[in-house]
Each structure stands twice: as structure tokens, then as C-alpha cells.
Design a binder for this molecule. Structure first.
Ligand code: CTP
Length: 475
């Protein structure tokens, strides 16, 4: 009996309402699963054998104004919002599916019919809220046992469950990755057989699950499952293409798919920023496209950071991911991901550090975290050497930042200043002078001061045949 676990006051009120209406009710699905796993959960789903809307109305009255009820007549559901909590009431139903759509034909059904159409046994448990059975676990498919064994299994024949709603294939992988569970082999084989049906699911929903996999403690688990199950190639061919090793003249390059997963796992130990994790996922995405073999140099991937950053918008667009600052952030990190490594391999000059600070801006710390995660050599000595060098780069970054304040820096002379001084319109020349000033400051040729920058501007303009007109400009 789990009665003492049903602490939320709404459960008692539902129990009273079931007595008044004569409709039995159960709390079901994710809330029950999370209760038994000791995980936090806010959404409560209540299945009612009878009218969910009517029962919800009675509960609302009992709450006496402290909750808001929203009724979705078309779906036969009602949502009660009380504080942080969302409690959904739905009449028990049975569903039949068509082959071309995720949208089932829904009819009223019994509690058992409702439970058996659910995705996994661990999500098919319910706790009774009615009469003397209040608090009794109803576990028609041995979900509790699977929870203990950490297994994802479908209540019905998995071919039916996955073919009915192909999104469940993504959900299986997501729960396995999130909860560190294994997918039962019959289930996994069924996913392999049904993988191509993921096509009928909207990309938004696929990404919703994919991002939950990305945010799981060790994302590589889920990503490997997606790959092995044949799902990844259906919606993310660029990532799939990173898999494999080619050998020429006895020389092999590393498998970029597994390298990427390792970088992602390394990074996930230090950050749960979803978009930084995406940057890790995509940092080498252009390696398959830029791969070349050279007899002397071996395998090279020249320009993969540049080509990769260009691929980001197309990938984000197709995957229906946000095309705003988040995408630009990922693009920037992909573009700059080799810079700290290059820096740490040579003598760290002030100007190289200043340039990196200027280009990375506030994302410099994330970039360093990504680069540290990118060191995946099996040679411990090499790893340590790189990490020590990175420490030096980090120290140098702090030192230069304190001295020059170059992060988020704007050069001390603007395009407006240039146009005014030489009385010219926006033109190529303005850009050229502006760039020359910026480069001179970043290279340490002139200090980061307005006076010196103005003087430098006059000299640069002279080279282009421009002389200052006699107008006062603000020094
Ligand atoms: N469900 C299902 N098939 C789906 C989605 C959901 O059978 N494709 C059922 C499961 O019983 C699930 C319940 O509906 O437990 C609620 O679904 P949802 O709120 O999407 O997921 P949760 O299981 O609650 O998990 P989470 O909150 O982590 O998404």
C-alpha cells in the first residue's frame, strides 16, 4: 500500500469525488514511476473510469477557488492547475491506430484497456484512489519488477507498441539513457525493425526526446543506442556519417563518432548546458567532408572547424532547433574549437590570447571547457601535458583580460569617427581603416587607447589617399 506516499492534498479530494460520482480513478504513468524511483515529478495524470471532466469539476469545487480548471472538450480531458502542480484528468480509453499517422482513433474503454495501450511497463503502473483500495499499486504488466531490473519493456508485443506510435522508440532510448536502464532485447529488436517509421513523427517531438538524451548523465549511452537501433540515420545522417575508420597505406584515422561521444561525455561531467553539449556533439561534424589522405601527413581534416560552423545553421533548421543566439553560440564554439589547442601547442603570445578573447567574448570559459573535453588520447602522459598547457592558457587569459579588458571589446575608434574625420560616406575604405585599427590593437602594435588609435587612423587613411577635413572630432 502506498497511501502514505500520496501526500498531495488533491489525492484525498479525488478519493472523495470518486465516492460522490461513482467513477473510480487512478494516478498513473510517469508520476507513479518517478514516485517509486524517488525522482521529483510535478505532472499528475489521473485516469477515470467514466467522465474525467465531471470528476475534475467536483475536485475543483472541493478546492474552493485555489485551483484553476481548464477543460479540453475535444480531447475529453480536464487540467487542474494548483500552484506549481498540473493535474490532468482523463477518461479511460482504448485506442486504435492507423499506419500513416500517430493520431489514434480514441474510444471510451476500461482501466485495463487504458493501461495496456501505454508505452512501457514502468509507465503502465497505477495507484488506486478509490474507496478501500486507496493507495493500492495496480501493476498489470510487472512494471515494478522491470523498475528493479532497470529494464525498458513494452506491455504488449513491442512491434505493435512501436508501430502504433513510433515516437515511443525515441522514448525507449531516452528513458534508458536518462535512468541508466537497458532496453529489453525483444524491444530493441522491434525498434530495429520499425526504425524507419520514425519518419511519421514530427521533428519537434523527435528533438524533444533527443535533447533529453543529450541532457542525460552520460549522453553517449543513448546516442549509441540510437545508432545501433538504426534510428540515428533516419533523422541525423551527418552524425551517422562520422562513424567508421578508413585505412590507407596501413594508416587509420580515429572513429569520429566515438571520439565525439567521448568528448560529449567528458564535457557532460562539467556542464549541463544543453547548447554547450550540442557544440561538443557538432565540433567535428565536418570531418567526414574535409577528410583527405596525404602520403606524408597521413589523414588530415583541414578547415573542418570552418566547414563545420557553416553546417550548423542547416542542421539546426532541419532539426527544428532554435535559430537564434543559441545556434550562433554553437556555431561560434565549433568555429573556435581548435584555437586554444593551437595556442597551447606553441609559445603563448599576448596577441594570440588577446585575439582569442576578442573572438570568443563571454563564451571563452565554455570554449575552454569544450577544448579540455576534446582531449581524448589514451596516452595519459599526453593528456596531462595538454591539460597542463591549458592551465597556462587559462592563466594567460586571465592576465590579459585584467590588463586589456578585451572581452566584449569595441575598438576605441568607430566607423562614425572615420566617416566624420575624412568626410566620407559608408564605404569599403571605412571598413579597411576600421579593420586595420582593430588588428593593430589586437597585435599589440598600438595600445588600446583612443588617442593612439586616432593617430593610427590618420596614417592608415593617408595610405588610401584620404586626408582629414578640418572638422573637430572628439578626442
Ligand atoms: N505515454 C505513452 N506513449 C507516449 C507518450 C506517453 O504511452 N508516446 C504514456 C505513458 O504511460 C506515460 C504517460 O503517457 O507515462 C505520460 O506521458 P508523458 O507525460 O509524456 O511522459 P512521462 O512518462 O510522464 O515522462 P516525462 O515526464 O519524463 O516526459
Amino acid at each position: 500500500m502506498l497511501a502514505d506516499k500520496l501526500k498531495h492534498p488533491v489525492f484525498k479530494l479525488v478519493a472523495e469525488a470518486t465516492a460522490e460520482t461513482g467513477y473510480p480513478a487512478w494516478v498513473v504513468g510517469g508520476w507513479v514511476r518517478d514516485l517509486l524511483l524517488d525522482r521529483k515529478s510535478k505532472d499528475i495524470d489521473i485516469v477515470v473510469q467514466g467522465s474525467g471532466i465531471e470528476l475534475a469539476g467536483v475536485v475543483e469545487k472541493k478546492l474552493g477557488g485555489s485551483a484553476k480548471l481548464v477543460v479540453y472538450k475535444n480531447f475529453g480531458t480536464a487540467m487542474l492547475k494548483a500552484g506549481d502542480w498540473e493535474i490532468e484528468f482523463v477518461g479511460a480509453r482504448k485506442e486504435s491506430y492507423r499506419s500513416d499517422s500517430r493520431k489514434p482513433i480514441v474510444e471510451n474503454g476500461t482501466f485495463a484497456e487504458d493501461i495496456s495501450r501505454r508505452d512501457f511497463t514502468i509507465n503502465a503502473m497505477a495507484i488506486c484512489l478509490t474507496g478501500s483500495d486507496f493507495g493500492k499499486l495496480e501493476d498489470l504488466f510487472n512494471g515494478y519488477n522491470d523498475l528493479k531490473k532497470k529494464t525498458i519493456r513494452t506491455p504488449l508485443d513491442p512491434d505493435i507498441t512501436y508501430s502504433d506510435d513510433p515516437l515511443r522508440m525515441m522514448r525507449a532510448v531516452r528513458f534508458a539513457s536518462q535512468l541508466n536502464f537497458t532496453i529489453h532485447c525483444d524491444s530493441f529488436n522491434a525498434i530495429k525493425r520499425n526504425a524507419s517509421r520514425i519518419k511519421i513523427v514530427s521533428m519537434e517531438r523527435i528533438m524533444d526526446e533527443f535533447n533529453k538524451i543529450m541532457l542525460s548523465p552520460k549522453p553517449s549511452r543513448g546516442l549509441k543506442m540510437l545508432k545501433t537501433a538504426g534510428l540515428l540515420k533516419e533523422f541525423f545522417p551527418e552524425l551517422e556519417a562520422m562513424h567508421g575508420v578508413e585505412v590507407v597505406e596501413g594508416k587509420a584515422h580515429k572513429d569520429n563518432f566515438f571520439h565525439t561521444l567521448q568528448v560529449l561525455d567528458n564535457l557532460s561531467e562539467h556542464s549541463d548546458n544543453l547548447w554547450l553539449r550540442w557544440a561538443a556533439l557538432l565540433h567535428d561534424i565536418a570531418k567526414p567532408r574535409t577528410k583527405q589522405f596525404d602520403t606524408k601527413a597521413g589523414w588530415t581534416f583541414h578547415g573542418h572547424e570552418f566547414v563545420g560552423s557553416k553546417m550548423v545553421p542547416r542542421i539546426f533548421k532541419r532539426l527544428r532547433l532554435p535559430l537564434d543566439d543559441k545556434m550562433k553560440y554553437v556555431q561560434k564554439l565549433v568555429l573556435l574549437h581548435l584555437r586554444p589547442i593551437v595556442l597551447s601547442e606553441s609559445i603563448v603570445t599576448d596577441s594570440a590570447v588577446r585575439r582569442l578573447l576578442f573572438e570568443a567574448g563571454d563564451d571563452i570559459d565554455d570554449l575552454m571547457t569544450l577544448c579540455e573535453a576534446d582531449i581524448t588520447s589514451a596516452n595519459e602522459y599526453k593528456v596531462q601535458k595538454y591539460l597542463d598547457n591549458f592551465k597556462l592558457v587559462r592563466e594567460k587569459l586571465t592576465e590579459i583580460e585584467e590588463k586589456d579588458r578585451i572581452r566584449n571589446w569595441q575598438p576605441p575608434v568607430t566607423g562614425e569617427d572615420i566617416m566624420q574625420t575624412f568626410d566620407i560616406k559608408p564605404s569599403k575604405e571605412v571598413g579597411m581603416i576600421k579593420t586595420a585599427i582593430r588588428e593593430a590593437i589586437l597585435d599589440g602594435v598600438i595600445p588600446n587607447q583612443r588617442e593612439e588609435a586616432l593617430e593610427f587612423m590618420i596614417n592608415e587613411a593617408k595610405k588610401l589617399g584620404l586626408n582629414p577635413v578640418d572638422k573637430k572630432i572628439n578626442h
